[in-house]
Design a protein around this ligand. Structure first.
Ligand SMILES: Cc1cc2nc3c(=O)[nH]c(=O)nc-3n(C[C@H](O)[C@H](O)[C@H](O)COP(=O)(O)OP(=O)(O)OC[C@H]3O[C@@H](n4cnc5c(N)ncnc54)[C@H](O)[C@@H]3O)c2cc1C
Length: 310
């Protein structure tokens, strides 16, 4: 199919299609080459209409706030769906249950819940991603995990067909979620516990203060790069392997939290990826422990489309 035919197919849709869109604009590391096509739907109905028209052979990638993604410098082939600013609905649907669309930032869910005198979502305040990303990663902090609050999710497949699913349909573990193949999250029903809103807002403040004491803030990063191996802390293994402060180009291991790799200026995805492998190889040599990445590494290597977005 030619590009003109493809664009014509989408002419009645209400969302925004961009071609050769630099993904560095959409990732918290501020790196990543272009997406061939990038679609931000107007809303959920528009997303389903878009998917129904998408050629079956078109590769699809879903992007929330890009806070757990290393997009390589050569970018992503096919179409990237942007959920942030698109799937934005957030509402109470029953006394203790919210329906949250996938593009809603986690921090907004935490504050919304507190304002409705519900407790249990405070930990989401410190996770700089969307709820869709948190569902895909089973994001968690301080002993809480996303899926412990989930009563049901709405998914969509590449033909725009929606399904209501329960947690039993998924294999859920530490930063791991495996569901029916070829489906993505469009919304979740979170059931919380009645509590005291003021106390929840206080707890959110406390958690954020603790985060800024222990983690680098205000510098482009992707949070923790590696999963904690069973019974160990990745940050401690990296620190004691002597990797704190080590840099490749403008990509540096944080001196504040060794499991963070920072883009201190105009790092490329290739520099970050090289440093990440260097850290893992050093930890394996020094401690004999294999580190597994928590960040998702996607896209094509190299490429003139590489851009650092500041
Ligand atoms: C400073 C900092 C601190 C962090 N702290 C934490 C923390 O404490 N705990 C923690 O768990 N994580 C943490 N993270 C990592 C990150 O915020 C989480 O993994 C978050 O859940 C990712 O959400 P996102 O919207 O940014 O997802 P993205 O990075 O955009 O995507 C991540 C993965 O999810 C997939 N995805 C996104 N949306 C959907 C969808 N709707 N349906 C299906 N798949 C989808 C993507 O394709 C990709 O594979 C931190 C990151 C940063 C930068």
């Amino acid at each position: 199919m030619t590009m003109a035919m493809m664009m014509d197919r989408y002419s009645t849709l209400r969302g925004e299609m961009r071609l050769a869109e630099p993904l560095a604009r959409y990732t918290s590391w501020r790196v990543g080459g272009p997406a061939e096509r990038c679609y931000r739907p107007a809303d959920l109905a528009d997303l389903c209409a878009f998917l129904r028209r998408l050629p079956v052979e078109e590769p699809l990638f879903w992007l929330g706030l890009g806070s757990n993604l290393l997009v390589r410098d050569g970018g992503i082939r096919g179409t990237v769906i942007l959920t942030h600013g698109a799937l934005q609905a957030l509402a109470m649907v029953e006394e203790h249950t919210l329906r949250v669309e996938a593009g809603v930032p986690c921090a907004k869910v935490a504050r919304f819940s507190a304002r409705h005198d519900l407790t249990g979502a405070e930990f989401l305040a410190g996770i700089p991603g969307t709820l869709g990303g948190a569902l895909a990663m089973n994001a968690g902090a301080w002993g809480s995990e996303t899926w412990t609050r989930v009563r049901a999710v709405e998914s969509v497949d590449r033909h725009g067909r929606r399904q209501l699913r329960t947690p039993e349909d998924y294999e859920i573990g530490y930063r791991h979620v495996q569901g029916p193949p070829g489906e993505w999250f469009v919304a979740a029903y979170l059931t919380l516990v009645p509590g005291d809103g003021a106390a929840s807002l206080g707890r959110i403040r406390q958690l954020l203060e603790r985060r800024s004491r222990t983690q680098p803030t205000g510098v482009a990063s992707c949070g923790s790069v590696f999963r904690n191996p069973p019974g160990r802390y990745a940050a401690q293994l990296i620190e004691t392997a002597g990797m704190k402060g080590v840099c490749i180009g403008a990509a540096c291991v944080s001196t504040k939290h060794a499991n963070f790799i920072l883009n201190t200026g105009k790092a490329t995805a290739a520099e970050i990826e090289a440093l990440l492998y260097e850290v893992a190889a050093t930890v394996a040599r020094v401690h004999g422990v294999p580190l597994v990445t928590e960040v998702q590494i996607v896209g094509e290597p190299g490429g003139a489309g590489s851009e650092t977005h500041e």
